[in-house]
Ligand binder design. Sequence first.
Ligand SMILES: [Zn+2]
Length: 1011
Amino acid sequence: MKLSNITEVSRRGRQLLHSSSKSLSTRALAGDIQLGSVYHGFQVTKIKDVPDFDLTAIQLKHEVTGADYLHIAKNDTNNVFTVGFQTTPLDSTGVPHILEHTTLCGSEKYPVRDPFFKMLNRSMSTFMNALTGSDLTMYPFSTENPTDFNNLFSVYMDAVFHPLLRKLDFKQEGWRLEHEIPSDTSTPIIFKGVVYNEMKGVFSDVNNIYLTRLQQAMYPGTTYGNVSGGDPVNITDLTYEQLVAFHRKFYHPSNAKFVTYGNFPLLERLAAVDKIITPFGRIQTEPIKDVVPFSTPRRVSASCSPDAMGNPEKQCKLSISYLTNDGTDPFETFAVRMLATLLTDGPSSPMYRALIESNIGSDYAASTGYDRTAKMTNFSVGLQGISKNDFSLVEEKIKQVFLQVIQDGFEPSRVESAIHQLELGIRHRRGNFGMGLAQNAIQNWVHGGEPIDALDVTKFIARLRNELNTPGFFEDRIKKYFLENQHQVIFTMEPTPTFAAEVQNEETQRLQNKIAALSEADKKEIVEDGAKLVTMQETKEDPSCLPTLTLADVPVKGKVYPVSVLETENGIPLHYRKTATNGISYVTLTKSLEGLNPDLVKYMPLYSSALTSLGTNETPSVPKLDDKIRLNTSGISASPSLRPTPTNTTSSLHSTISFGTSFLDTKAAQAYPLFSEVIQGPTTTFSDETRERLRTVIAGMAANGMDSLAGSGHRYAVGLCSADLTPAARGKQAWSGLDSVVFLNKLHEKGDAGVEECFGKIGEISRFIVGSPDVKGMVVAGEAVLDVNRESFGKLTRGLGWNQKASDSNSITKDFVRMYKNTFVPLPFTVNYAGRAYLGVPYTHQDSPALQILGELMTSHFLHREVREKGGAYGGFSGYNAFDGLFSMASYRDPPGAGKRTVDAFNRAAKWGAEITKHLGERELNEAKLSILSGLDTPISASQEGMTLYATGLTDEIRQARRELILGASLDKVQQVAQEYIASQSFSQAVLGPASEGLEAEGWTVLDMQK
Ligand SMILES: [Zn+2]
């Protein structure tokens, strides 16, 4: 399950209450817990302080059931709970995935469908999900509110240990045969089911096919050799009885791992868990089976659909994967991860130089890197976007790199820069730190390792530095794991024009076989169950059995992050957010793009990438520049932004570019000059090397665009129709929408001419940016480095002659013409994505909060049911982007042919909204408010504190006013805005999907990307 949502700007405004003050020891937080003692049936087996992360870990074992429990005490209010089970299927029917779904179809105490989805509206959770992996299934949530924690705990525990697992739930969520229109037996019988369609969607993405087939080839005969999510070909073999047996075997306390994290008390939680699991007693569990090592390397190939665009001769992929170390050895894992980083990461790495710079392909293959999914880890490296003729060349180059590194070793500065990056990663304070930690700990634990030993990073770094003194540390590992390793898979993938048809034929054949085997009784059951499911989907459920927070639990006052505006000595405004950052300074420098030639706008993303990948005039060598950046900063990036103002979305447009970096406070003297060097623009010399590097950038971006189109088609569909409605949305289309994917692919196809054209445009953009004197800045850092940052920022800007305060005024675009269109974009997908956009109001308009509530209500009470549950899409949702002033509806991974039906559901959604007071009441309204506010209050990373104000001009007062309008909105108000802005308004809509959708016949404009 994945809880999709349309992104909304308000979520960026999340604020944080806690700070990781070190005054309260985590030992004190952990309470007076003694090693060996028993608390509520749990015996303490280990207590460990981890100073790097300022936490104390306590491991316990439940005496009756054998359940494992890990508590991580840390002074963090964003508390986490996770229960995970080792789930190791013996086939690819997707049984663990279907179980994960059916577990959430109601439990003994809470007999309602989709309790997670319903709890989203009854909780202030900062994260809720359920995840199925190759060898485990876990159910994590996080929240800052103690009552909420108890509520969610109760729902989660009942769902996993006492699910109803009804046969109809299995049919709804897993797979079933059903008439296309259930009530009409003259319509054909087809395969339906949420997971079935979800996995068809997953298998329509070329990279997913690649990664899945590769993993299967690497780990034959083990759980990793099966598709835990389910291979559509095999899903329809699963029976209901097998599902129930799988639950009984694996969702048992003896096979469970519990993790809690944060500042809530442990003993209370132990008592609650003990009470629920004790009655289960103990069963025998089995450790995960390791793969039998190969005696000789294997070659495996797979096929896929051709890309929607691009040179058909260069769409193959090749990688070599090596079985590496046992992931339960934390230092060896640390060492191999470091080796993988040194080999592949960044322009100065040897694999990058040999594979990417050679321009044989467009980018690394998706599998590239170190993978710890399985207990026996693997390292993979390869290329995509290559010609079949280059297969042996790529193989050869990979092997040469290993030989060369053994001969030359890694430069000490590269090793240092990799260590430096690790240190920065440890110190960076993230809002969701505990969630990542809990998930990693469970994975390690399921593999049989110690759950938190991997956190001893400082110890590992010291040991690494020490062992590097004796030669051969990395060289020996290259020999052992790569050159002399027989357990390797040389995996290739080629597109075949008939791939989609073959997939379709296989399904047709399988369907026919199933239908042929049906008895009269079976057919009768299909009709009956179809009718029952429709009734079930349409029954309005009463979720009042579920626990809930009320609005009274939500603070009226939103979280705020005061920012002071200082001035540098040359008069430049510097926004300063003083906060605990563990010794890191986060610096942003922003320049206006007002007046930039409109023809250059579409090259902005290329400019941003080129900044650090072409070299500078001062450091023309890209590897040298890359080394300098990694040794002194966490990286330097540029991001262009287009936005309306909080008071005007229809004709205002503010365009800026922000450069960002962060570094250890102790590195300020090196980081600022480097930052200055990079933002002065890439090299102005068009050498052969520059040409090849730029070709690499273009190819990589074109390939990434195609990949994200397949994975996030809904975002592109919504972006495409939003572009018809406001100047900002139209501008964004040019650099992050469908237009940019088309533009980059065409530029790539132009070859040398495209590269030359692009280089010229990047130069123009660079001259424009350097040539305009206006600038403003933002620093998030501790108080102690305030003066250093102010002086350095002043020096940087003065040195560049930037002595003018950036204007916050906006250009008014008078020539923007709004359009209302229906656009169909045929793509070689096996699923489709629909999107629709309506023009709303500016952020500060008093109707804006009600539109946001409408989006929330329409998702939970209409589109989720109509598009996901009835329509068979993976997701159906609506949302209001308050900052852009746009209301949208979308579907995610709809079954083929669903385009028209989904568009019809959108029409009905608009009508439903216009009479919402007939359908919903006060309870649903309050739930929607709770959900929105919990989004606003989600903890954020240190680097993001104060950024909303800086980037958008939304003051604490404006945001507080909006918060109060959300709290006070009535359902009548929501109905009024639905009538005014949705039901009675024109809209633009778009569908991206298979050519066979048939929307041309309905008068839709067809946008052919190939042309
Ligand atoms: Zn799923």
